[in-house]
Ligand binder design. Structure first.
Ligand SMILES: [Zn+2]
Length: 158
């Protein structure tokens, strides 16, 4: 899935194993698997452009350093109960649950990101869904007007 000038790491994602497709109009593009991965298995090695700003499809390597991979990992979807975890030091993706053909790859964006390009409401449906997704080091900001609007008139936030 990566251009040939990235090299030929055998762990790079292969076209026969994954496909980037539009999941639906709400979440947009996702990466769907065409083969199974067992829990604990390495799903793929990542590559991309190293950038210093946060973009919609970038993943944080460390503060100020981000991987911009528009071929594969940039399209991982978010779930509060993910099926993959990313090790941004080794650039490896591991399955944390069994993954079946037809499953989308789901990471927890707060696993890698201190600050998100954009916070968003989550409807992943998992029991521990956080409802509103932020980076691991940022406050709930954009949802505050909604929270305020939902408060009964006799309650105020000081
Ligand atoms: Zn969720």
């Amino acid at each position: 899935m990566y251009p040939s000038y990235y090299g030929n790491n055998p762990l790079f994602p292969r076209k026969q194993d994954f496909e980037v497709i539009v999941k639906d109009e709400v979440v947009g593009m996702g990466v769907v698997c065409r083969r199974a991965f067992a829990k604990g298995e390495v799903v793929a090695a990542l590559a991309g452009e190293i950038i210093h700003d946060i973009r919609q499809h970038s993943l944080q390597v460390e503060p100020g350093i981000h991987l911009y991979d528009i071929h594969f990992s940039g399209y991982f979807l978010h779930s509060c109960t993910p099926n993959v975890e990313l090790d941004m030091k080794s650039m490896l993706v591991h399955a944390v649950r069994d993954i079946h053909p037809g499953d989308y790859l789901y990471m927890d964006y707060a696993q890698t990101e201190d600050v998100l390009y954009r916070q968003f409401p989550c409807s992943c449906g998992s029991e521990n869904c956080r409802g509103w997704i932020t980076g691991r080091k940022e406050q709930l900001v954009e949802c505050m007007p909604d929270i305020l609007a939902d408060l009964p008139a006799d309650k105020t936030i000081r």
